[in-house]
Design a protein around this ligand. Sequence first.
Ligand code: G1P
Length: 290
Amino acid sequence: MKKVKKAIIPAAGLGTRFLPATKTVPKELFPLVDRPLLLYVIEEAIAAGIEDIVIVAGRGKTAIEDFFDRSYELEDTLAKSGKTDLLEKISKIKNMANIISIRQKEALGLGHAVLCGAPVIGDEPFAVLLGDEIMLGRPSVTEELCQAYDKTGFSTVAIMEVPESDVSKYGIVKVSPNGSTFKIHNVAEKPSVKEAASRWALPGRYVFESQLFSYLKNTKPGKNGEIQLTDGMNGLAAEGRLYGTTFQAKRFDAGDKFGFLQANIEIGLQHPETSARLKTYLQELTRGWK
Ligand code: G1P
């Protein structure tokens, strides 16, 4: 059985939850302290053994490609001024993995964005990591999914339980327990609490067999008029080839204002240059709060 060596990171969304900031800056490049969101996602993929990473971006997101390219002027200036530590940091980025850039010409939905990566994936299994979901901690979620795929050969996706109030923000799965994992019978994109089969939600980490593409090709626009990844996944579920698993990492929805702030605080508390001062600041700030 083939190992999971390729991943798709869809980064074509318009980032409307972060306007006006996202008017010219892709949300995937927003910093968590000093590193863009996308770098955390890419590192998660690399930690799982992924070698080729396809970034599917839309119009107005060329800064993402530039981020993984050489920056001659900056590198030259840093070299001349002896800032070797900074130079090393930015030089490392372009050698991290094999980054392949694909343009989604129309924002037709997440399922369509994933389908844009099909020519690079071919008939191999692949991971999908949503660019605004940040998972901190090891083992990485993608690593856990790849291990599950290695054992079973079935598409396996991360699932998490959410409160009722959040059900309508996610793809929701109908599951039955299957040893340490769950068999997924059906997926619904952002159902109302009344329609939802459970509170088990998709937090944006998936490992798929390439068969998913054949379903996505035939997927018609669904929720919000978009070609939904979840609708394509239903093809795999109907064949009994879709499983769900919980995960150990801590997850932040950094595409949302509150989740973004949380992730920044969490990483700021771990960062050697900010941790001590941030901790003291938070203690001072919250002293006397109820
Ligand atoms: C997308 C998916 C949804 C998933 C969610 C996780 O929705 O369509 O199934 O649960 O990501 O963040 P979006 O948040 O892009 O609207």
